[in-house]
Design a protein around this ligand. Structure first.
Ligand SMILES: C[S@@+](CC[C@H](N)C(=O)[O-])C[C@H]1O[C@@H](n2cnc3c(N)ncnc32)[C@H](O)[C@@H]1O
Length: 188
């Protein structure tokens, strides 16, 4: 009997770990979390206000949502393709006591509705941001802010670049340009 319980537990762990890694690998970047300090800095850079709505595209373990809800008093929506990640986020939200301010949508961020987003947070590769640019441009409302960790949007000029933590801020609608045009303007 004990063998059966141990075997079932191990089997479950293997299946959940495989799902955790394999589903994101099929769609885009893997579940690599952003450091907490960097998340806070990005949300401050985006000037996230109490009552505003922030989306995390690819919500991972839900840390961005939890910080946005608990420290910024914002409404947070996660879009995440990994089913195990979604379950973990739901569990963490309930446990945190901020479940009323957090929602998680199991799905592909290339198809996400973002019309009510005041702020969009993303931590992905340059390949992903290039592919997402068109969708964000049509979905995000004027004056909404987009913060991108590590990867810029190659055809857009950032409003601010945090060079230390490599965070790019864009205010919608985007301005044509690049980080190079940003630095040229900053220098001139
Ligand atoms: C680099 S992690 C970032 C996690 C979290 N946002 C953070 O900053 O800690 C990227 C996440 O995006 C998810 N992901 C990858 N491609 C996706 C897609 N097309 N749609 C939704 N989620 C996706 C992965 O499962 C992973 O959890």
């Amino acid at each position: 009997m004990l063998y059966l319980v141990v075997f079932t537990l191990l089997f479950l762990i293997v299946i959940l770990s495989a799902l955790w890694m394999l589903v994101p690998a099929f769609y885009g970047p893997p579940s690599v979390p952003t450091r907490l300090k960097r998340i806070r800095k990005a949300l401050q850079l985006a000037n996230l206000q109490p009552g505003e709505t922030v989306y995390d595209l690819g919500a991972g373990d839900g840390r961005v949502l939890l910080i946005a809800a608990s420290e910024f008093n914002a409404n947070a929506v996660g879009v995440e393709v990994g089913p195990v990640q979604c379950l973990l986020i739901k569990f963490r939200c309930l446990a945190s006591g901020h479940g009323d301010k957090i929602r998680v949508k199991w799905g592909n961020y290339f198809k996400a509705e973002l019309k009510d987003a005041d702020v969009v947070f993303i931590y992905a590769t340059s390949k992903e941001t290039s592919k997402l640019a068109g969708h964000l441009k049509t979905q995000m409302k004027p004056r909404a802010r987009l913060v991108s960790i590590s990867a810029d949007f190659p055809e857009w000029e950032p409003t601010v670049i945090d060079e230390l933590d490599l965070i790019f801020l864009y205010v919608m609608p985007p301005v044509n340009g690049s980080p190079a045009t940003y630095f040229i303007k900053k220098a001139g």
